[in-house]
Design a protein around this ligand. Structure first.
Ligand code: ZN
Length: 309
């Protein structure tokens, strides 16, 4: 059976990225000409051409200004998730700040779509072992899964020792890491975003194929609306930040089209979360502490790693 991989979009504008945070502080966001609606609608059209339903993790700030955009994603059959309110990395917040930011974003998004939100994606893949309070807060706020762990070495969000495949972090919350290709005992990032723009396309393609064929697992992929926008205003950030944000924008659309052409892609909830949940239910025998109908058994404190099939 052909696996369906997951494609996700972190819905934020070009001035809200970590790379631009030094030159576009949050209190100035309203002064920038917004391009998020046009770019997200372009993705809606592209996905429709390939008959693909995706997961869109909306920033609360964006949803408050463009509720019709989140509503449209929902009405088109895409999954709508939460990408925080203010786009602060989780490891730079206190537990209280994280709770408030997530609560506000979740409510804004649910008000816009009229539907509950199941998935969370942290800004900059910023959930790691330094924020042990993050998962309990997500669970308390009703999330069923988190997809904020990128198990690679990276100066901003390195978390390379984390498991590479879905695992329960508590009885009700699952972590769905971004796609990595295990080569020479290293995890190569093949999840999309800047890596899809900058690395050779063949690396991404071979990596996803290897995850599908050798590991019999789906890959979780991501991108941003501003990454298909080669005409976005260039801000006077550092050369490193400009390199990170502007490299490969012109070729992104065609690379994304190749991905859509060559792989079966779908929403995270159906393509990765539900198959992983079914597998966990199959593999964990019911003990005296688990009665049918209770919540899914998980694996705290050592995460129980599973491979979604
Ligand atoms: Zn983001």
């Amino acid at each position: 059976m052909r696996l369906t991989n997951a494609i996700s979009v972190d819905v934020e504008d070009y001035f809200q990225t970590e790379a631009m945070s030094a030159v576009a502080s949050r209190n100035t966001w309203d002064s920038f000409p917004s391009r998020v609606e046009a770019n997200t609608c372009a993705l809606f059209e592209l996905f429709a051409r390939f008959e693909v339903k995706a997961t869109f993790f909306f920033l609360g700030w964006v949803t408050e200004r463009f509720p019709q955009l989140a509503r449209k994603a929902h009405e088109l059959g895409h999954e709508v998730g939460c990408h925080s309110y203010w786009h602060y990395p989780v490891f730079r917040m206190t537990a209280k700040e994280f709770w408030e930011d997530t609560y506000r974003a979740r409510n804004v998004i649910e008000d816009a779509t009229g539907a509950p939100v199941s998935g969370y994606r942290a800004p900059n893949f910023s959930i790691n072992r330094s924020v042990p309070w993050a998962y309990p807060i997500l669970e308390e706020l009703g999330f069923q899964y988190d997809s904020s762990v990128y198990p690679i070495r990276h100066e901003l969000y390195g978390n390379h020792r984390a498991p590479r495949h879905p695992y329960m972090v508590s009885t009700c919350l699952m972590e769905l890491p971004l796609a990595t290709w295990r080569v020479f005992q290293q995890n190569l990032p093949v999840g999309g975003g800047a890596y899809l723009r900058i690395f050779p396309y063949a690396l991404m393609k071979n990596g996803i194929r290897a995850i599908n064929n050798s590991e019999q697992a789906p890959a979780v992929l991501y991108l941003h609306p501003w990454e298909i926008d080669d005409s976005q205003p260039h801000l006077p950030a550092s050369w490193k930040s400009r390199l990170r944000q502007y490299t490969g924008l012109a070729g992104m659309q065609s690379r994304l089209e190749r991905l859509l052409q060559e792989f079966a892609l779908g929403r995270i909830y159906d393509s990765v979360y539900l198959p992983a949940l079914a597998r966990i239910r199959d593999e964990v025998p019911l003990g005296p502490q688990f009665e049918p109908g209770n919540s899914v058994p998980g694996g705290r404190p050592s995460p129980q790693q599973v491979t979604a099939r």
